[in-house]
Unconditional design. Sequence first.
Length: 455
Amino acid sequence: MAMLRSPDLKLRIALRVVVLAAACFVAAAACLLVARDTGARRHAAWIAALAAREVALQAQQSRWITHPPDAAPGLQGIAQLVAAPGLCIAWRDPGDGVVQRFCGGAQPATAPALFAALYRAAFAPGRAVTHPVRIGDETRGEIAVTFDPATVIAQAWRELGPVLAVMAATLAVLCALVYAALARVLRPTRTIRAGLERLAADDLSTRLPRFDLAELSAIGEVFNRLAARLDATLAERNALMRRLVALQDEERRHLARELHDEFGQCLAAIAALTASIRQTAVQDCPALVPECDRIGAIAARMMAGVRGVLLRLRPPELDELGLAASLDGLVAGWNGSGGTTRFSIAIEGACDALPAAVSAGLYRIAQEAITNAVRHAAASNVIVRLAADAESVRLSVADDGTRAEPGLVPRPGLGLLGIRERAAALGGHVSLRPREPAGTELCVAIPLAVAAPAA
């Protein structure tokens, strides 16, 4: 199952900034609507108070001039004075209800339905604003001022629409600016990632530059200290590995000499003594001849086994003839072993002028790789390639058997750990690649500039 890629830091921060800015813009729009509604109600209250004073004045003048008992004042003058779309002014008598009512023309609803519903729920437009009409100490009625809800909502939308458009444009520009600024600020993270990738690829000479941001500079300093420590640790490990490999080879040479000088001579003496006894037994005791023959055969088999051990411990041609001849002999020995696997070798370049440590290490690696191909990969064909130039030497052992897992994870019994440690001791690296249609190729590359001092 493919994993969803998480959004990068720039996009995530930009979205959070935009969401915060959008929340601020929504709050500002809400404050604007609240201020408009408050202002509209104050305006309605002012109109109601003005109309109430006008009605009281008319009633007093009418009573003072004509003395009618209950003259109803007229609202037409004040309605014309404060006329506005959707405005309604009504005179309410306490007993008879609405006596007079004047309304301005309502405007068609142009606001979106969602905005209209939100506005109605938040502000309840259309509620009447009243003001009592007092004549002397007596309350004779009240003035009720209302605005048509659809007209109020349409006017609010006309006022808020341009503000929302500006807010939307501001959000888009803000998002682009924040993303661009973050992309510029976080550009050094690409350098950090590239450095980590080179460090993971065993390039311990990688160092990060100093960055403008203090946080990134701190990361760079820690990275550089870690790379330097890893470089020093790896150098110490390689030096120790080279010493261990040298000691191992020296021990092999010592053991080979001991086997050749002590055990080999003893076997040769046994063989000679057996031949002498057999010769005597032919004349004096013919019954001992078969026993002598069996002793001679056992001594011969032991001598052959000792020779094989000596060749594996330290092939004499490696010191006398060089790496190319030793690998030829190794391949010829495997071809003559009577197995079903066929071996071939290809050599390019001056491979006999290599340092002794490099030649010994490559020979041991080839030995182990061929053994792995035969015993663990069940290969039918194994190809050994050796190429050298002025800068490096490369060894590859390819087979057509069972594929090994990529990544070169050491497992018991495969000898891959020893191969990698020998290559690391010489300053080289090992890679394991699958072949098509089947098989695996083990590649070892050793730079001669690094391996030369180890010789």
